[in-house]
Design a protein around this ligand. Structure first.
Ligand SMILES: Cc1ncc(COP(=O)(O)O)c(C=O)c1O
Length: 407
């Protein structure tokens, strides 16, 4: 035993004392940012008469036939686990739905049902991110990606997008960013927080280059139906020759207003799904069973409900574009999908500070840009998952208040 481990006076082995400390989280927990949104929402909860333009989920009701299918499943005793890959009827419904939509031959073994797209993204990223592996992510991006990559030791390479060109992704810039360490790229079209929808040429160019270089593509397509201007939605499933380096991730949350029912999926090569299925058993094991029955009803039922929702969101998108244009100090643009706009404030204005003051002084709650990226501190995210009347009421407060700001 080394001398240092003996008590100097008695020469007896010294008892090692551990200092009591707070809970010892895994160091990877450091990668989870302190959520700026929390501060806003906590403060809003203490205030009266707050208008929320901060909501990240649909405000429109779930179509009744989907709710009925959920209740019917419960009443029929469908309260046990499903198979680990998912409810067979849902796997078949998804296979047929995607096969027809993108004219692509899929089997049930290409699909894994998860607890929302969140679990699908968690599985995909945490099963692959590792030291030495670089992931290309847009800045801004949905707040889950970068922390998850970093928690698992991966490196994030941000590619900035800007309101001046509708937050579009330049495929040549993406290709220039690819290097020997690049392992994957995360695509999200329509995008949260910008609402940008990438044209087919962008997706095709990136997919082709990634296939050539062996780079993985994780495509988060949860807003794939909330498209306002362009009917030709470019899913990676309609651009890739094979699925070897592709994971297409989506869910029912946005398309059918089913966020709380928690059903999503990954579509990929059979080999990838086989591995993810094993991992899934060690995370959530299976998705909610009655919700999966509700999902079957959503996919196989009348799709007019989704078209109606899209028409409502489009009207709101047009309204918020006009309102943002009328607002001093905001640089707006045209979001093509989802239900967000992400206008810029003048450079060097701290969006976090401004959003907090705006909440206190006008009672309108928006999300500061720094929640979504490194280079986006001077932006604000406005959600139009609320009625046109509420949008007007909110901007009746915001516009005169912004006019008084001196930057
Ligand atoms: C881009 C994006 N991906 C994934 C999710 C999570 O979706 P789900 O409810 O299916 O977990 C969201 C939710 O806001 C999102 O905006």
């Amino acid at each position: 035993m080394p001398e240092a481990a003996r008590d100097a006076t008695t020469a007896q082995p010294r008892k090692i004392k551990y200092r009591k400390s707070k809970a010892r989280w895994h160091p990877s927990m450091q990668a989870i940012p302190v959520p700026g949104i929390r501060r806003m929402v906590n403060m809003a909860a203490t205030m009266k008469d707050v208008i929320h333009l901060s909501i990240g989920q649909p405000d429109l009701p779930t179509p009744p036939h989907i709710v009925d299918a959920y209740i019917d499943a419960l009443r029929a005793g469908q309260t046990g686990y499903t198979m680990d890959a998912g409810l067979p009827e849902l796997l078949v419904a998804l296979r047929d739905y995607y096969g027809k939509r993108y004219n692509r031959k899929l089997t049930r073994d290409n699909i894994l049902i998860t607890s929302g797209a969140t679990e699908a993204m968690y599985l995909a990223i945490s099963a692959t991110a590792a030291p030495g592996r670089q992931f290309i992510v847009t800045d801004p991006s949905f707040l889950l990606y970068a922390p998850l990559i970093r928690m698992n030791g991966g490196e994030v390479k941000f590619i900035p997008t800007h309101p001046e060109n509708n937050h579009q992704l330049d495929p040549d810039e993406v290709i220039r960013a690819m290097g020997s360490r690049t392992f994957a790229i995360i695509l999200n079209s329509p995008n949260n927080p910008t609402g940008a929808v990438y044209p087919r040429s962008t997706i095709e160019t990136i997919v082709e280059e990634c296939a050539y270089r062996g780079i993985q593509i994780y495509s988060d397509e949860v807003y794939d139906h909330l498209i306002f201007d362009d009917d030709d939605y470019a899913s990676v499933l309609s651009c890739a020759v094979d699925l070897d380096n592709i994971m297409c991730i989506s869910s029912f949350s946005k398309t059918y207003s089913m966020a709380g029912l928690r059903v999503g999926w990954v579509i990929s090569s059979q080999a990838a799904i086989k591995s993810l299925r094993r991992y899934h058993m060690f995370t959530t094991s299976v998705a909610n069973t009655p919700s999966q029955f509700a999902g079957v009803a959503a996919l196989t039922g009348d799709q007019q409900c989704t078209r109606d929702m899209v028409n409502i969101y489009r009207e709101r998108r047009d309204k918020i574009m006009d309102l943002i244009d009328e607002t001093p100090h905001l640089t707006g643009y045209k979001p093509g999908g989802a239900f967000f706009s992400f206008p810029n404030l003048p450079p060097h204005v701290d969006g976090s500070d401004l959003a907090l003051r705006m909440l206190k002084e006008t009672g309108v709650c928006v999300v500061p840009g720094d929640a979504f990226g490194e280079d986006t501190a001077n932006a604000l995210r406005f959600s139009f998952s609320t009625s046109c009347e509420k949008l007007e009421e909110a901007f009746d407060r915001i516009i005169p208040w912004m006019a008084k700001q001196q930057f």
